[in-house]
Design a protein around this ligand. Structure first.
Ligand SMILES: *Cc1c(COP(=O)(O)O)cnc(C)c1O
Length: 304
């Protein structure tokens, strides 16, 4: 695997121009009078694409301003967020520690995602599922960080969603002001939707498509907005029931749909999040969720 030449770290932290917004012709949408636009956040940074850059950049600025030398964060064995944090640490010259769910993984060869984290210099610390689940409890967290050798590190929460991350994602909403009626995004932790909704202007609404089962996400988004802003912000809703069985489940019909979308529009479709978003929008059309003349923007949050 060849690494691109490391860009100037300041470049990672600098304000970037808005990511491209492109309208595409798609007869499935045109039939309902809906205009489909793609917000190409997958192009925002070569190594920290999409919402990972939006969420991490403000945290990196804060960590550097606070004089921290290392970052610690949390994730499962296939976490995009762990990978992004490892890359970010390498790019800005901070050491990184990843607390990984599942101590049974410690004795096995690293999967490609974790191997990439390690190649970027991340130290991996495997913990039991029960300890991982309880990491919101201050005592448990302090113990985990001490065991991981990360007691003085800047803590980025699981999925990277904190108040600074919401501020970064609000900039995504700001880039769409006046340019769309609905901005739709796939949701893991919901941090991207929470910030996006806050950044949109009056009359615009955000729609989230959860990729995990559970129905717990609306409460988490309200909690994230309360922590960041002191209360609810923006006009947002969730379209549940498009998770296709749960996180990282990609049934053959979803895979075929994504391949067809790639062929029609020449845009690579990431399967864990973006494919479920595009599928949801296509399948919501007959129900009248989007009245004729709606400008509907799908946020392409990352590359495959
Ligand atoms: C991490 C990720 C998301 C989920 O973002 P949240 O803020 O956790 O909801 C969506 N899309 C892609 C491509 C991602 O990598």
């Amino acid at each position: 695997m060849s690494h691109p030449v490391d860009p100037d770290p300041a470049d990672l932290l600098r304000t970037r121009p808005p990511s491209p917004l492109v309208e595409v012709d798609d007869d499935r949408f045109e039939r309902y009078g809906v205009r489909l636009l793609l917000k190409r956040d997958d192009l925002v940074h070569p190594e920290l694409p999409g919402n990972k850059w939006r969420k991490l950049a403000p945290n990196l600025r804060a960590a550097l301003a606070g004089g921290y030398g290392s970052l610690v964060t949390f994730g499962g064995a296939y976490s995009n967020h762990l990978r992004a944090t490892a890359a970010a640490g390498r790019l800005v010259g901070m050491s990184t520690v990843g607390v990984v769910r599942g101590d049974e993984l410690a004795d096995r060869p690293l999967n490609p995602s974790l191997a990439r984290c390690a190649a970027d210099g991340m130290r991996l610390h495997f913990v039991t599922r029960s300890a991982y689940r309880r990491k919101a409890e201050p005592q448990v967290l302090a113990g985990l960080l001490a065991d991981a050798g990360a007691a003085g590190a800047y803590v980025v929460p699981e999925g990277g969603s904190n108040a600074l991350a919401l501020a970064g994602c609000a900039e995504l909403g700001g880039e769409l002001r006046g340019l769309t009626d609905v901005a739709a995004v796939a949701c893991g932790t919901g941090g991207t939707l929470a910030g996006l909704a806050a950044g949109l202007g009056a009359g615009q609404r955000a729609l989230g498509v959860p990729v995990l089962r559970g129905g717990f996400l609306a409460a988490e988004i309200r909690a994230l907005q309360a922590a960041a802003y002191g209360g609810p912000r923006g006009d947002w809703a969730l379209a549940e029931d498009f998770h296709h069985g749960g996180y990282a489940k990609v049934p053959v019909e979803l895979d075929a749909f994504a391949a067809d979308f790639e062929e029609r529009h020449g845009v690579p479709v990431e399967r864990v999040y973006v494919a479920k978003l595009l599928w949801a929008l296509t399948h919501l059309l007959p129900g009248g969720t989007f009245p004729p003349t709606t400008r509907l923007t799908a946020v392409i949050t990352g590359p495959p």
